[in-house]
Design a protein around this ligand. Structure first.
Ligand code: ZN
Length: 132
């Protein structure tokens, strides 16, 4: 039976993104790293990040990047989470007229493409909250 697999291990669960919180400077980052990207401390704890945020920047990708097997166009942008970090992410909305600065967004684990054996490859994305 075909299954489901994440596009990359360690980035997210079905409920949230997996980030890192630095025990020295207290800042969050994504993806989780063993060394804090801000202060260099190795006292980093893996944490569940908020599944909501606000839209900070966005665009629509109309030409498939090399190796990309999903559909175009797709939205792509930056969502700011309550923890104070900005996450570069796929967006579930590619109609730019429906996106605006500061818009409430919600995490959505979405299908990216299907492999030859039928396995669904999923990735993280954010969609406008009213659509989630
Ligand atoms: Zn730090």
């Amino acid at each position: 039976m075909p299954g489901v697999r994440p596009v990359h291990e360690g980035l997210f669960t079905p409920e949230h993104l997996i980030g890192g919180r630095c025990d020295a400077c207290r800042r969050h980052h994504f993806p989780a790293a063993t060394t804090c990207p801000y202060c260099g401390s190795t006292a980093v704890t893996e944490v569940a990040l908020s599944d909501t945020g606000t839209l900070w920047a966005w665009t629509a990708v109309t030409a498939p990047p090399p190796g990309y097997r999903g559909e175009v166009p797709f939205g792509f942008g930056v969502v700011e989470l309550p923890e104070g970090l900005r996450v570069i992410t796929r967006l579930g909305e590619s109609d730019l007229s429906r996106l605006s600065f500061g818009q409430a967004m919600k995490l959505d684990i979405a299908p990216l493409h299907e492999e030859d054996d039928g396995t669904a490859v999923v990735t993280y994305s954010f969609v406008p909250s009213e659509c989630a």
